[in-house]
Design a protein around this ligand. Structure first.
Ligand code: UDP
Ligand code: MG
Length: 321
């Protein structure tokens, strides 16, 4: 294994990928060896339950640059990526899926673009999604639209987790104390200079998708809640609306009572329900506001990142509060 810092770390999260593993090695190794740079392939085994772990253990024996990190339990694609970001030592980091949907041949282009254009992030962007189902394309479009609004930055549409980032980005991501980070949102949010490389996404080389519905929902919820307290704020508005409605109902009940044609007991019941309902909803809304505030400060994100300071060397990104 390379003793010092390799030029490139290729981070590959894997969950039950025994079917694709042989093809993965066959295609990845000659390609990376051909780049003529020092590299490491950091496979994060996300608690696989099939033969993945055993196959990987064998493979490390005759591929010195192959490095293995095994998570104790299945923690999800993004968590596996987090582990990869923490452990990678490369000057550049490329994250890529195990299933060869993102062509590994493009790694050379990602590297070249980063160097030629002197950027810290190079996104792999799908030029067309015709291989996806209509439902997947529609939900994906909705997702990226919404996320652009929430993050308040340009999020490259149709950019998944196939991208290259520089060491500066890796360090900045690792310095974020928050859990449950969604890389495709957090990286554009950091705001490092970036470029794009477009490609056509292939079919899975072998095996089936490891992203079931509940994992997809998890990603969607993490995406929204990481960047917005809007759902929580909704409670305030519902509380306010409910409160106003209750006041109206109470007034109506009193008018009916005074006009003398109410059923005995009805007014007091409506009054009790209305007043208590209004108080409860308003308090809940208020609580929502405080929780939203707590949530925001508990993320402990840096207020800003400094890209350049004339006192320091050009290009040294440092954190500041
Ligand atoms: N993956 C993972 N943990 C999971 C689910 C998926 O590490 O819980 C990995 C998987 O092995 C693959 C990548 O994440 O390398 C993307 O998953 P997949 O190809 O199944 O997703 P899809 O392309 O179908 O959206
Ligand atoms: Mg895939």
């Amino acid at each position: 294994m390379e003793a010092s810092q390799p030029t490139l770390s290729v981070v590959v999260p894997m969950y039950d990928e025994e079917e694709v593993l042989p093809i993965f090695f066959e295609r990845m190794r000659p390609l990376l060896d051909g780049l003529r740079i020092s590299y490491e392939v950091l496979v994060v085994d996300d608690g696989s339950r099939d033969n993945t772990a055993a196959l990987l253990a064998v493979a490390t024996k005759d591929w010195p640059q192959l490095r293995l990190v095994r998570l104790l339990r299945n923690s999800g694609h993004q968590a596996a990526l987090s582990a990869g970001f923490r452990r990678a030592r490369g000057e550049y980091l490329v994250s890529i899926d195990a299933d060869l949907q993102d062509p590994p041949e493009l790694i050379a282009d990602l590297l070249a673009t980063a160097r030629d254009e002197d950027v810290d992030v190079v996104y792999g962007v799908r030029s067309d999604r015709s291989s996806d189902t209509w439902a997947k394309r529609t939900t994906a479009r909705l997702y990226y639209r919404l996320m652009c609004r929430l993050v308040g930055k340009e999020i490259p549409f149709d950019a998944g987790d196939f991208r290259l980032v520089s060491r500066r980005v890796v360090d900045a991501v690792n310095a974020l104390p928050e859990d449950g980070r969604v890389f495709r949102l957090v990286i554009p949010w950091l705001g490092f200079p970036s470029a794009e490389v477009t490609y056509v996404r292939a079919e899975r080389a072998a095996g089936t998708t490891k992203y079931n519905l509940s994992k997809m929902m998890r990603l969607a919820f993490d995406s929204v809640t990481a960047f917005s307290a809007a759902p929580l704020r909704l409670a305030t508005w519902l509380g306010l609306l409910g409160g106003l409605l209750s006041v109206a109902v109470v007034i109506a009940a009193l008018i009916i009572k005074l006009s003398g044609n109410s059923i005995p007991g009805w007014t007091s019941t409506v009054l009790a329900v209305g007043v208590i309902g209004a108080i409860q909803l308003l308090c809940l809304g208020l609580l929502g506001e405080y929780v939203a505030r707590l949530f925001q400060s508990s993320q402990k994100r840096p207020q800003f990142l400094v890209g350049y300071d004339s006192l320091e060397d050009h290009g040294h990104h440092t954190f500041a509060e």
